[in-house]
Design a protein around this ligand. Structure first.
Ligand code: MN
Length: 284
């Protein structure tokens, strides 16, 4: 029985090692890909990268410009360029002149040269809750990892302005460690959307698993005149929360909790399929 260490021998030892690998994957050389949508210079990105120190090998791919609200857009009409950032806080970040989804997409489809174990996105400047998640570049960057089969987490601060960013970063670290200790990275992928109140005690706030709330339709478009005398339009602000009851992300954050929403991508209205099939299956 060579290689038998004390009480753990042969098959028993293999089982112990397997269990250890499942409950503590972050003790191995984990590879983490980090992206965001506020651009590579955003304080929230540097904060998330710092928060992940020691968890494994980290690669950062982030958009050159602020690309908030670009959803899952991919740039198909022109080529993309990538340069390596210099300077404090961003050294070694790979900067992509495209969208958040572009950044993760090019990393995963060849530029990174390996498959990461985890994709992280954020920390975003402002909440991504309810219907906003459909427009969010922060969620989209994480979703791009998820679509490629890699587990992913998107992080956002509830309020804009980077208030209590260090506390949000500590919260992100704590959530990541909790997820790594309890969840498999090598099974079916999962996608989590985390919203963190801007509070100094964020890391010790209760964490609740929520569902997405709903918003009222966006407010009216704002019309102005351009200097050339032509009408121009600004997209209006998002509507107020419409469904913000208990169990929603809106409710959690409003009550001083960290909201964690597991997301899926299937937009199919499964409940309505039968009724539509009856109406449309036969040509009129
Ligand atoms: Mn953003």
């Amino acid at each position: 029985m060579t290689g038998c260490a004390g009480w753990v021998c042969g098959r028993a030892r293999a089982v112990v090692l397997t269990v250890l690998a499942q409950v503590a994957p972050y003790n191995q050389a984990m590879h983490i890909l980090i992206a965001n949508d506020d651009g590579y210079l955003a304080p929230g990105l540097a904060a998330l990268v710092r928060a992940c120190e020691g968890l494994g090998h980290i690669d950062v791919f982030a958009p050159e410009q602020n690309a908030s609200g670009t959803s899952n857009a991919l740039t198909l009409s022109r080529p993309l360029s990538i340069f390596e950032a210099r300077g404090e806080h961003v050294k070694g970040f790979r900067v992509v002149n495209g969208t958040p989804s572009d950044s993760v997409h090019v990393a995963l489809t060849g530029v990174l040269g390996r498959r990461p174990d985890l994709v992280l996105s954020g920390i975003n400047n402002g909440a991504n809750m309810g219907d906003d998640t459909l427009y969010s570049g922060t969620v989209a960057a994480a979703m791009e990892g998820f679509l490629f089969g890699v587990p992913a987490i998107a992080f956002s601060q509830a309020e804009k302005g980077w208030g209590e960013l260090d506390a949000a970063a500590a919260t992100a670290r704590s959530v990541i460690e909790q997820v790594l200790a309890t969840s498999r990275l090598d099974g079916p992928p999962w996608l989590l959307n985390v919203n963190i109140p801007n509070r100094a005690d964020a890391a010790s706030l209760p964490r609740v698993v929520t569902r997405l709330g709903r918003r009222h339709a966006s407010e009216a478009v704002i019309q102005q005149m351009s200097p050339r005398g032509e009408p121009i339009y600004w997209i209006g602000p998002a509507g107020d929360a419409r469904e913000a009851g208990e169990g929603t992300d809106f409710h959690a954050v409003a009550n001083g909790q960290v909201s964690i929403t597991p997301l899926q991508v299937d937009l199919t209205d499964h409940a309505a399929r039968g009724a539509w099939a009856q109406r449309l299956a036969r040509p009129a």
